[in-house]
Design a protein around this ligand. Structure first.
Ligand SMILES: [Zn+2]
Length: 307
């Protein structure tokens, strides 16, 4: 197709050829421009609408109204508060368990070493749980942030408490506070001055005698390392164990020795069997507790809770 027209006073003739190609290009450009303009207008329109007419914006582009947004936020806040409250309850429960643990430590620790309890004298020590706060009137972001921080601190504290308790338990297990005979025993002779059964004169008895049938298991009263296992003319078959905090225990008159020097034992391990060897008048275990070279009354080492 060809268009022709005469323009202006000079009467110039203008001509333009309209081909299919020209039309296609023009239409294409126009369409692209319209799409771009539409996109920009849509975006700008929404931005304006969100500020001014949220309800309209919602209708146009699926944007949430302030009310809906508030509703969702408050639902999340509620959940977050529930989590915080749960955390607080758990924290309170842990404090209760900690108090119980402290009482147990107090009962189970011999008075001679109470000041040496690792991480404080069995009364909680420095490992406290963080103070948790349930915040009700803060923004969701702030509440979330503070909860996450609380949880991180809480988790850290729990693992610290766990490590401390494990340390205390290991320490307690390394003190000679256990009973050295499995069962079937009676205390036949206490610690202190007594009439020597052989010399019939007053003599210091530096241990505790547990009468029991020959063969009754003798148990390590705490974890430690065997420092002696052999024969002694006085003690007969004897085992000695070195423990933490400078403690040493001695188990005498055994019929059979079951450990060797250098061996590591745990509390309750069978180390020998009751006998009547050495300077002994009948089957019994003669049990001594020594700390830094001084004999301690073994009865004072057995926790109050076991009496
Ligand atoms: Zn004795």
């Amino acid at each position: 197709m060809q268009l022709m027209w005469v323009s202006g006073p000079t009467g110039r003739v203008r001509k333009i050829s309209i081909t299919l190609r020209t039309v296609s290009i023009a239409v294409g450009i126009l369409a692209a421009l319209l799409v771009a303009a539409g996109g920009i207008l849509h975006f700008v329109g929404l931005r304006i609408a969100i500020e001014a007419r949220p309800d309209l914006a919602r209708a146009l582009g699926g944007v949430l109204t302030q009310a809906e947004q508030d509703q969702i936020e408050s639902a999340y806040k509620e959940r977050l508060q529930a989590i915080q409250e749960k955390l607080q309850t758990t924290s309170d429960e842990i404090i209760q368990i900690q108090k119980l643990k402290d009482r147990f430590m107090d009962l189970a620790t011999p008075s001679a070493v109470k000041s040496q309890v690792p991480g404080g004298n069995g009364k909680g020590g420095p490992h406290k749980l963080p103070e948790l706060k349930v915040q009700k009137d803060v923004s969701l972001i702030d509440a979330l942030d503070s909860s996450l921080q609380d949880m991180t601190e809480f988790k850290k504290s729990i693992s610290e408490i766990n490590a401390l308790w494990e340390k205390q338990l290991t320490w307690l297990n390394s003190l000679p506070t256990g009973i050295p005979v499995k069962n079937n025993y009676s205390l036949s002779s206490g610690f202190g001055l007594r009439l020597d059964p052989f010399l019939h004169t007053m003599a210091k008895h530096e241990g505790l005698d547990f009468s029991a049938p020959v063969g009754t298991p003798i148990l390590a009263s705490a974890g430690g390392v065997v420092s002696r296992s052999g024969w002694d003319s006085q003690y007969g078959n004897i085992v000695e164990i070195n423990h933490a905090e400078g403690f040493k225990t001695r188990y005498a008159h055994a019929s059979q020795l079951l450990v060797r020097v250098g061996q590591t034992v745990k509390r309750g391990d069978m180390i020998a069997k009751v006998g009547n060897t050495g300077r002994s008048t009948g089957p019994h275990l003669h049990y001594e507790v020594i700390r830094a070279g001084t004999h301690i009354n073994p009865a004072n080492m057995i926790p109050k809770s076991a009496n």
